[in-house]
Design a protein around this ligand. Structure first.
Ligand SMILES: Nc1ncnc2c1ncn2[C@@H]1O[C@H](COP(=O)(O)OP(=O)(O)OP(=O)(O)O)[C@@H](O)[C@H]1O
Length: 239
C-alpha cells in the first residue's frame, strides 16, 4: 500500500531531517512510527501526504508515485496533521460537505458515513455550529470524521491520540480496525508507546533522521516492552 524507498529530506537551512529512509506498509496493516522529538516523523508523513517536496527517494501509494501521479496518490490518502487547521467560519456540516464534494463522495453514502462517525464521536448536535466555536478535541474529532468518510486506502496521522478523550481514542482504534479489514492501511506517529505496542502490526523507530529498527511488534518487543526497547535505543548512541 505504501512504499518509501531511499527517502531523504534536507530543509533549506541545511538540516538533514530524514536520511535514506525505506519502509513498506502492506494492505490491512497498522504501522507505528516512533521517535524522539525532531527525529523526522512529521517530515516523512508530510512527504507521503504530498504536502512537502523532498530531495531524494520515491514514495508510492497504492501504486501511484506521489511526485508523478500526485492526484491519484492523494486521492488514495487521507492525512491528519498533529494540529489540523480547519475553516473556523464554516459549520461542521459545511466542512464535511466541502470535503465530500472535493472527494466526490456520493450523497447517500456521505450522509450515512457522517451519521455513523459523527454519532459515534458524539458530534452530531454540534455539526450546525461554526467550527470556531468548537473545543480543540471537537475540532480534532471533526478532522478525523472528514478523513474517515473518505474511506482512504492509506490513513496517515501525526500524533492522533494527543488531546483525544479516552472514548474517542477507543473509537478511533475501532475505526482503524474496520478500515484495515477493508484492505486499507494506517501509518501514524506517536509518543504513546503503550498504544503503539498494543495496536500496531509493525513498528519503525527513527532516530536523528535514520531508521534504527523496524519489524513486527512481537518481533521487536520480544519479552520486553516497547518503552524499554525505545529507551535502550535512545541511550546507546545508535544512529
Ligand atoms: N520547516 C522546517 N525548516 C527547517 N527545519 C525543520 C523544519 N521542519 C522540521 N525541521 C527540522 O527537521 C528535523 C525533523 O523534524 P520533524 O518535525 O520531522 O520531527 P518529528 O519526529 O516529527 O518531531 P516531534 O516528535 O517533535 O513532532 C528537526 O531537526 C527539525 O528541527
Amino acid at each position: 500500500m505504501l512504499r518509501i524507498e531511499h527517502f531523504s529530506k534536507t530543509y533549506s537551512k541545511g538540516v538533514k531531517a530524514v536520511d535514506d529512509l525505506s519502509l513498506h506498509i502492506a494492505p490491512g496493516e497498522i504501522f507505528g512510527f516512533i521517535g524522539h522529538n525532531g527525529a523526522g516523523k512529521t517530515t516523512t508523513l508530510r512527504a507521503v501526504a504530498g504536502v512537502m517536496d523532498f530531495d531524494q527517494g520515491t514514495i508510492i501509494i497504492d501504486g501511484h508515485d506521489i511526485r508523478t501521479d500526485t492526484l491519484a496518490a492523494k486521492k488514495a490518502t487521507a492525512f491528519l496533521p498533529d494540529n489540523p487547521d480547519l475553516y473556523d467560519f464554516l459549520t461542521g456540516i459545511q466542512f464535511l460537505n466541502f470535503i465530500g464534494d472535493i472527494y466526490q463522495i456520493p450523497g447517500d453514502a456521505r450522509r450515512n458515513l457522517i451519521e455513523k462517525y459523527a454519532g459515534a464521536f458524539q458530534l452530531t448536535g454540534n455539526l450546525g455550529s461554526p467550527i470556531g466555536s468548537y473545543s480543540h478535541g471537537m475540532k480534532q474529532k471533526l478532522a478525523l470524521i472528514s478523513a474517515l468518510i473518505r474511506r482512504p486506502r492509506l490513513l496517515l496521522l501525526d500524533e492522533p491520540f494527543v488531546g483525544l478523550d479516552p472514548t474517542a481514542a477507543h473509537l478511533l482504534k475501532q475505526f482503524w480496525a474496520e478500515l484495515c479489514q477493508e484492505g486499507g492501511s494506517v501509518f501514524f506517529s506517536t509518543h504513546v508507546l503503550e498504544v503503539a505496542e498494543k495496536l500496531c502490526h509493525r513498528i519503525a523507530i527513527i532516530k536523528q533522521g535514520r531508521l534504527i529498527r523496524m519489524g513486527s511488534t512481537a518481533e521487536l518487543v520480544g519479552d520486553s516492552t516497547l518503552e524499554d526497547l525505545f529507551l535502550e535505543l535512545e541511550g546507546d548512541g545508535h544512529g
